[in-house]
Design a protein around this ligand. Structure first.
Ligand code: SF4
Ligand code: SF4
Length: 445
C-alpha cells in the first residue's frame, strides 16, 4: 500500500503548532517526562463513555497505589484505580469539562508506593486465551485514550456473527498542538507493537494497519524499522496532513476505502480502530498488570511557559500541571482540555485530569479566539469543509429558527462536532456550539 492517503471530501488545514516557532519551544521535540506526584488526587467515577463506576471506598479508608476505587457498573463502564497511595478525605461531586456531574474521591497522598519505582517481572501472555487477556484489559480499566474513552474490553468483544478482518491503529494525532502520541511512537515503539500483538490475540484479527500523518516522518520510519526488525506483517500507512484525519471513520475511508454508515461503527464495516496510546495501555495492563492510573498529556499553547509532554497521574489538578510547565506566559485567556478543534474550554483550572485528557492547552488573552457571530454571507465554505457531507449553514439556520425537525432531517445527529465548518467560517459563527445546543434541544422534544 503505497502513496499518501486521505479521506475524499472536506477537511481543513489548521496550523500544527507542534514544532518550534520563534523563541517558544513547542512540544514535539520534548521527550515524555514523569509529572510530579500530586499531594491530593481527585478521582472522578465517570472517566469513560457509559455508566459511571460505583465507588468502592469510604471516607477514612487507607488506599494502596493501583487499588480498585471504582467498579464498572454495567456492560459499558470501566474500572477506576487509585493513582497514589493515601487516605480518602472526602467523597464529593464534581463537574467534568463537558458539563456532566460525577461522584469523585478526594485522596490525600500518604504511605508507600506499591508499584512506582519498583522492579517487576515481565508477565508472559503467550498461550493465554482471548477471554483471559480481555479480562485483564477490563480489570485494569483500559479505555480509548484518543479522546473517546470507550471501554476497550467492550470494543474488543467480538460476537461470532461479526466478521472483522482489519485492525487499524490510529497514530494520526491530527489536532493542532497535540504531540503525546507522536512522542509515544518515538519512545515506546516496542511496547506499542507488543500491545498490537496482544490486541490481535484478543480479537483474532490478522490484518494490521498503522495510520500516521506524513508530517511525523520520524515516527513513520522508526515504526517501519521496528516492524521489519521484528518480522511483523503490519502496514504503516502515511496519511495526508488534513484535519480530521484522526477521526476513526475518516481513517477507515482513507486506509481501507470503507464507509461507516450513518449511526454505525467501524465494526459494521469489518474493522476495529484503536489509538496508539490505548494499545500502549493494553501492553502495560497485560505485561505489567498495570491499571490505567496515568497517561501522557501534551501541555502547550501560547499561554504556557514550557510546552511539554508529561506522564500525569489521573486526578492531578490541571493548575498543578500548568505550574509544573513553568506557569502562565502572560495573562491566560482560555484553557482547553484536548485539542483546540474538539476540546473543551474549562472555567476551573483546579479540575482534575481524567483518562480522556490528551492535552492541556493554555492560550493567552491575545490568542484566545472569540466568536463574532456576524451574519452568514452564504459563502458555502462550511459546506465544502464538512467531511460528513452535511450542510452546516442550512442546519444552523434551522436551529436558529427552532425548527429542530428540519435540522434533524439534514443530519444534525451525524455531525461529529469536528469544528471544520467553524474553522473556515469568515463570519466566525459558533457553529459547533449551535449544533450541540440543537442536539440537546431536539432530544428533549
Ligand atoms: S462540526 Fe459538524 S457540520 Fe461542522 S464540519 Fe464537523 S461534522 Fe460537519
Ligand atoms: S462558512 Fe459561515 S458565512 Fe459561509 S455559508 Fe457557512 S455559515 Fe455562512
Amino acid at each position: 500500500m503505497n502513496g499518501i492517503k486521505t479521506f475524499p471530501k472536506g477537511g481543513v488545514h489548521p496550523h500544527g503548532n507542534k514544532k518550534a516557532i520563534s523563541s517558544q519551544k513547542i512540544s514535539s521535540s520534548q521527550p515524555i517526562k514523569n509529572a510530579h506526584v500530586p499531594s491530593m488526587a481527585v478521582i472522578a467515577m465517570s472517566q469513560h463513555i457509559g455508566k459511571q463506576a460505583e465507588c468502592t471506598v469510604a471516607v477514612g479508608d487507607e488506599i494502596k497505589e493501583g487499588m480498585l476505587v471504582g467498579k464498572a457498573s454495567g456492560f459499558v463502564s470501566a474500572n477506576i484505580h487509585s493513582p497514589i497511595p493515601g487516605i480518602v478525605k472526602s467523597i464529593t461531586e464534581i463537574y467534568l469539562p463537558h458539563g456532566v456531574k460525577t461522584k469523585a474521591i478526594v485522596l490525600e497522598f500518604q504511605g508507600e508506593f506499591e508499584r512506582s519505582g519498583k522492579a517487576f517481572e515481565k508477565k508472559t501472555w503467550i498461550g493465554m486465551s482471548p477471554e483471559e487477556l480481555n479480562g485483564f484489559v477490563a480489570d485494569m480499566g483500559i479505555v480509548g485514550l484518543g479522546g473517546a474513552t470507550f471501554p476497550t474490553h467492550v470494543k474488543y468483544t467480538i460476537k461470532p456473527e461479526q466478521k472483522i478482518d482489519s485492525l487499524v491503529i490510529n497514530g494520526v494525532e491530527c489536532e493542532p498542538f497535540l504531540t503525546a502520541d507522536h512522542r509515544l511512537m518515538l519512545e515506546k515503539p516496542d511496547e506499542i507493537l507488543e500491545g498490537i500483538e496482544i490486541v490481535k490475540a484478543i480479537t483474532g484479527i490478522r490484518n494490521v494497519y498503522i495510520g500516521i500523518e506524513e508530517n511525523k516522518t520520524d515516527a513513520i520510519s522508526h515504526l517501519k524499522h521496528k516492524i521489519q526488525e521484528k518480522k511483523l506483517d503490519y502496514t504503516v500507512v502515511s496519511l495526508k496532513v488534513k484535519y480530521p484525519q484522526g477521526d476513526e471513520k475518516m481513517l477507515l475511508k482513507a486506509i481501507l476505502g470503507r464507509e461507516v454508515p450513518s449511526g454505525g461503527l467501524p465494526i459494521d464495516v469489518g474493522a476495529i480502530v484503536s489509538n496508539v496510546g490505548t494499545v500502549f495501555a493494553v501492553y502495560e495492563a497485560i505485561v505489567w498488570r498495570k491499571p490505567l492510573t496515568e497517561r501522557v498529556i501534551t501541555i502547550s499553547g501560547s499561554g504556557v511557559k514550557y510546552p511539554s509532554n508529561l506522564k500525569v497521574r489521573i486526578g492531578t489538578k490541571i493548575s498543578e500541571i500548568i505550574e509544573e510547565c513553568g506557569g502562565y506566559r502572560g495573562k491566560p485567556g482560555k484553557i482547553v482540555l484536548g485539542g483546540p478543534m474538539m476540546g473543551f474550554a474549562i472555567a476551573d483550572p483546579d479540575m482534575p485530569v481524567t483518562k480522556g485528557v490528551s492535552g492541556i492547552l493554555v492560550f493567552n488573552e491575545k490568542d484566545s479566539f472569540k466568536f463574532q457571530n456576524d451574519p452568514c454571507i452564504r459563502c458555502g465554505r462550511c459546506i465544502r469543509a464538512c467531511p460528513w457531507n452535511l450542510m452546516p449553514t442550512l442546519m444552523y439556520k434551522e436551529i436558529e429558527n427552532q425548527d429542530y425537525t428540519g435540522a434533524l432531517a439534514m443530519g444534525l445527529m451525524d455531525c461529529k462536532e469536528c469544528g471544520s465548518c467553524a474553522f473556515v467560517c469568515p463570519s466566525c459563527i459558533p457553529l459547533v456550539q449551535i449544533f450541540k445546543y440543537g442536539k440537546l434541544l431536539s432530544s428533549k422534544k
